[in-house]
Design a protein around this ligand. Structure first.
Ligand SMILES: Nc1ncnc2c1ncn2[C@@H]1O[C@H](COP(=O)(O)OP(=O)(O)O)[C@@H](O)[C@H]1O
Ligand SMILES: [Mg+2]
Length: 439
């Protein structure tokens, strides 16, 4: 086998054909090291083929974990490579244990590779999660062991927990370094794509995030999932950042319990049940993520400022839009916020990208400013334009139906929404009309 020599920075993975004392990318000194890769010359010729649907049907495995299937796009695609990223302790191992156990229950061959926990820890975890279907676990940190295992037997799915803990002993860098992660994952992807083995790489998001974290793998895999949530709260969100086999705007919501993760199929109820009544400065917004509506609470406070330039801060709502929205409100209503800070928060840690939230944000700000209680039987949605006009949004009927389902009796929305029996659907033309309604 021929050898190919390159020089790679141990820290950032910068590649060059000649040695340098200082890495031009990360500016580290003496971080560039020489590597000899085996050049794969024994390669069989590949010929072009004509593909027709009958010959290569797409195969999906429905896991029966509702929220997971939804995010993947109706099940797991055979032979796909998936990256599951998230903070340490968020529940990645728990989720994968449940997936692997489900698949074992479906009679599929699965392998769980753990480079992080001992067999004893894994066994007590299995007991705690009440997983009945047994599945094989390979407890190793070495790439060679995994390659051997997948050559000895063909699996339907292999989980690597975590990609940062596996290393190629032929490379001198530490496990978890960029070059190790790239090398290990590219070899595993190559091998498992050949046998159509679905594979999941678990990756910890590190402080250095972009460079040393799972980000560097994103372009190599078919699907990138991030598992997120506030560790203090019992629910977790699974979000697809990239998906070659499904949508990217769906989110899956799980409840984290001692016995494992439970799919939350009606998240509005989940968010709503967390809350008693809502005070001034809070409004409800029917949000659409992917194909599903979720009712969220949007909060605002507008205290007198102590700064020469008042502050505007926002969590879950785009800050630039907040500046524009305040400018629009000031133009229509005079200048009520010139001496006030404005803080906006979407509860539950949700980040809303839709402009349909504008009306709810505006109403929360006005409700806080006027100290009027809009209450939890009212919801609002609609985009606000620069002249203060309320513009139509997509899926107005889905939003209204979700509001109806949750017992909301009054909805402010753009004109053109359908009537719903038993519910007061109030079309608003512009910000002034909204102000007259709530003030
Ligand atoms: N013995 C236990 N009892 C209850 N909850 C536990 C126990 N062990 C771990 N957990 C919960 O499981 C979560 C850890 O999930 P885990 O799947 O190990 O995370 P990750 O793999 O993302 O690091 C923690 O948030 C913790 O609250
Ligand atoms: Mg883990």
């Amino acid at each position: 086998m021929a050898k190919k020599t390159t020089f790679i920075c141990e820290v950032c993975g910068y590649e060059t054909f000649k040695w340098m004392g200082k890495c031009p990318r990360c500016t580290g000194w003496d971080t560039i090291k020489e590597f000899n890769f085996d050049k794969d010359d024994a390669h069989t010729r590949v010929k072009p083929v004509i593909i027709t649907d009958e010959e290569l049907p797409e195969e999906r495995i429905i896991l029966g974990i509702g929220e997971m299937d939804r995010v993947l796009g109706s099940g797991l695609t055979r032979g796909s490579s998936i990256l599951l990223g998230g903070d340490p302790g968020i529940g990645k191992t728990t989720l994968c244990f449940e997936i692997v156990s489900r698949m074992a229950g479906l009679g599929l061959e699965v392998l769980y590779v753990s480079g992080e926990e001992s067999l004893r820890q894994l066994s007590s975890r299995r007991k705690r999660l009440n997983l009945t279907n047994p599945f094989p676990i390979l407890n190793t940190n070495r790439l060679d062991d995994i390659l051997q295992a997948i050559t000895d037997k063909t699996y339907n799915m292999v989980v690597i927990d975590s990609i940062q803990s596996i290393y190629n002993s032929k490379l001198p860098m530490l496990p978890g370094s960029v070059s190790q992660i790239k090398d290990v994952s590219s070899r595993l992807i190559r091998e498992m794509k050949q046998t159509e083995t679905t594979h999941v790489f678990i990756g910890h998001v590190t402080k250095e995030g972009a460079i040393a974290g799972p980000k560097i793998l994103e372009h190599m895999v078919d699907t990138v999932l991030y598992f997120e949530g506030d560790k203090m709260l019992p629910y977790r969100m699974l979000r697809a950042i990239k998906n070659r086999f499904g949508p990217v705007d769906e989110i899956g919501i799980f409840q984290m319990q001692k016995e494992g993760l439970i799919s939350v199929e009606n998240p509005s109820e989940f968010f709503v049940s967390e809350r008693g009544d809502i005070g001034s400065g809070s409004t409800l917004f029917p949000h659409i993520t992917g194909s599903r509506p979720i009712i969220l609470e949007v909060q605002a406070i507008t205290p007198k400022t102590n700064f020469s330039i008042p502050r505007r801060l926002s969590l879950g709502y785009d800050l630039s839009r907040l500046f524009i929205l305040i400018a629009v409100l000031e133009k229509v209503l005079g200048r009520p916020f010139f001496d006030r800070d404005v803080y906006v928060n979407v509860t539950g840690g949700m980040k809303v990208g839709e402009t349909a939230i504008d009306l709810s944000v505006a109403a929360s700000i006005l409700s806080s400013y006027k100290d009027v209680n809009i209450g939890k039987d009212t919801a609002l949605f609609g985009e606000i334009g620069l002249t203060g006009e309320i513009r139509k949004t997509v899926n107005m009927d889905i939003r209204l139906r979700e509001c109806e389902r949750l017992g909301i009796t009054r909805v402010f929305c753009p004109r053109g929404a359908e009537r719903v029996a038993g519910m007061e659907v109030i079309p608003v033309k512009n910000v002034r009309e909204l102000f007259e309604h709530i003030a």
